[in-house]
Ligand binder design. Structure first.
Ligand code: MN
Length: 183
């Protein structure tokens, strides 16, 4: 099963477990019903930002959508390398965190809507310098440095340099809210 197919199946399964219609899912996630239907039918690949909205609305870890059950190392790349997200470790149900390696192409910007309440995000620049926008303020995160911020507010990632930047993102979810996906 490839990653786009896994994503489509996971979304449909999670929606059906909740006995939600596509309209209800659209309401909960802020993503249009048309787009959600296309994703479920494997006709469209959501951007990272859209996928985050979906994960937040469903109250599940982001990594569920991009980690196939067989645990293959797979990168999710919906926009031809603009932003590529790869799990470093699978979702940790005990520690309640996701750990991703993310590359951002030169000039790329990715805006994130707030994750669910209580999410704390850590960004560590591994190779190159990343710019982060927190509370409306852009700031550089230099190679080897890290930044911790409240992920439940809007934030954005940007690469202002002329080479691809690699950073890690650790997402800590609140302990009491996270569900495990079945299937
Ligand atoms: Mn984020």
């Amino acid at each position: 099963m490839n990653i786009a197919h896994h994503l489509a199946t996971t979304l449909k399964t999670l929606r059906q477990q909740r006995e939600w219609s596509l309209s209800k899912l659209a309401e909960e996630t802020g993503v249009s019903k048309a787009m959600l239907g296309q994703i479920e039918r494997h006709e469209s690949s959501p951007t990272i930002a859209t996928l985050w909205k979906i994960a937040t609305g469903l109250n599940v870890p982001f990594s569920l959508f991009i980690t196939p059950p067989e645990g293959e190392e797979t990168a999710y790349d919906p926009q031809q390398q603009a932003m590529v997200v790869t799990p470093v470790f699978p979702w940790d149900p005990v520690l309640h965190y996701d750990h991703f390696a993310i590359t951002l192409a030169p000039g790329a910007v990715s805006e994130s809507t707030p994750h669910e309440d209580g999410v704390i995000e850590h960004v560590v620049a591994i190779n190159g310098t990343l710019d982060m926008c927190i509370d409306g303020q852009w700031q550089p995160v230099s190679e080897g440095e890290g930044l911790r911020f409240a992920g439940d507010k809007p934030h954005a990632y940007r690469n202002s340099t002329d080479r691809t930047v690699l950073f890690h993102s650790l997402i800590h979810y609140p302990q009491n809210k996270k569900e495990k996906a079945a299937g």
